[in-house]
Design a binder for this molecule. Structure first.
Ligand code: AN7
Length: 370
């Protein structure tokens, strides 16, 4: 790459995406997010693994949704639409509002009242979206958006818009480009189940083109109180502190099950306590600040590791994955920790209030004199 300028996922992966030379690309230079080694997480598991964090919180609006939104808004403009609409647990609305602003379009978002993180609400509002807080949950909001967009001229930009998943699959391309191979395991939070579907599609497309010689097992994790796929039925009143994945009836339910089954992976659940443990561990031991829902991927990894999953599944010593001799694991961190300052403060020690002098500080910390 050298001095080549990064100008977003559409220009980087054009040949894999449904765009033409005349498509009016709406981009904020999303994508190209770092794949950060996670030595502390790896140490927790054992010498047989190498864990990496795909930090999607470093996208322009702070979440992976930007990959899908650049595609959805580009196609909306191409098709002559002047407005977009979505239901959201927060990140989709932040991204839709930003890309709509960029394109000079109107944006309507419907959020569950009282259950979206403060940073996400701030984004949607400041970008100029018309925000409706409904007395209901995400599933109610999505039902309303489906009805409105079916009947009126406004483009739906939830992940049931097929261009969203097309854009989001580029996350898998970037991981393969960096590792030179697909990882053996891909851990990811599951809410509306679009992202697990998109990543699996991305890996399969790279594999079909011969750009990688293996495929990962897709390891999806829902929150215990919002785990319809794990439980096998719609959850009427989903509950979790990870509000991003507080979803009881995922739109891409069947596609996520297909990703799980085709890859030989799992969709399982983690408790809010396990999510918070992983959230704090990432912040304090890796220096990586993600939002609680994102930590569900690492919570799932730690849970499986403690159950002996990676000692039962011995590292591959022959074949395409044998290069490092270690099992390569990628966890997607879907959103930035700054999205949700309330939970960050809730699960941290509070600041110590002191008078403005040196002695007051020294009462609380033991420092050695020079
Ligand atoms: C940080 O913004 O559904 O399984 O409306 O914000 O593809 O839904 C967000 C979902 C994971 C789950 N992590 O991804 C929305 C919304 C974060 C998220 C998910 C979301 P999907």
């Amino acid at each position: 790459m050298g001095s080549v300028r990064w100008s977003g996922i559409i220009s980087a992966y054009r040949e894999f995406l449904p765009v033409g030379v005349d498509s009016p690309i709406v981009t904020l230079n999303e994508g190209n997010t770092p794949l950060i080694p996670a030595p502390a997480v790896s140490r927790e598991i054992g010498p047989q693994v190498d864990v990496y964090l795909k930090f999607e919180g470093l996208n322009p609006t702070g979440s992976f949704k930007d990959r899908g939104m650049t595609m959805a808004v580009t196609k909306a403009v191409e098709e002559g639409s002047s407005a977009v609409m979505c239901a959201s647990t927060g990140n989709t609305s932040a991204s839709a509002a930003a890309y709509a602003a960029r394109a000079g379009m109107n944006c309507i978002v419907i959020i569950p009242d009282g259950n979206i993180a403060l940073g996400k609400l701030a984004q949607a509002l400041l970008h100029g979206a018309k925000v409706f807080a409904v007395a209901g949950n995400f599933d109610d909001a999505l039902r309303i958006v489906r009805e409105v967009t079916a009947k009126y001229k406004i483009t739906l930009v939830n992940s049931i818009n097929p261009y969203r998943l097309e854009g989001q699959k580029t996350g898998a391309f970037e991981i393969c480009d960096v590792l030179g191979e697909a990882p053996q395991y891909h851990f990811i939070p599951v809410g509306n189940a679009g992202n697990i579907t998109a990543y699996w599609r991305g890996y399969k497309e790279y594999y079909a083109k011969g750009l990688v010689s293996g495929l990962p097992k897709m390891m999806g994790f829902q929150a215990e109180g919002a785990a319809p796929i794990v439980r096998g039925h719609v959850v009427e009143k989903p509950e979790t502190l990870a509000t991003a994945i507080r979803i009881g009836n995922p739109a891409s339910w069947k596609l996520a099950e297909a990703a799980r089954d085709e890859s030989g992976g799992v969709i399982d659940m983690v408790s809010d306590e396990e999510i918070v443990e992983a959230y704090r561990f990432l912040a304090q031991s890796e220096g990586v600040f993600c939002e609680p829902a994102s930590a569900a991927s690492v919570a799932g990894l730690l849970k499986y590791a403690r159950q002996g999953f990676f000692t039962r599944h011995h590292p591959v010593t022959v074949g395409p994955h044998a290069t490092s001799g270690k099992v390569r694991i990628v966890c997607v961190l879907t959103g930035h920790g700054l999205k949700d300052p309330k939970n960050a403060i809730e699960f941290s020690p509070k600041p110590i209030s002191v008078p403005a002098n040196v002695e007051a500080i020294l009462e609380h910390v033991a420092l050695e004199e020079r």
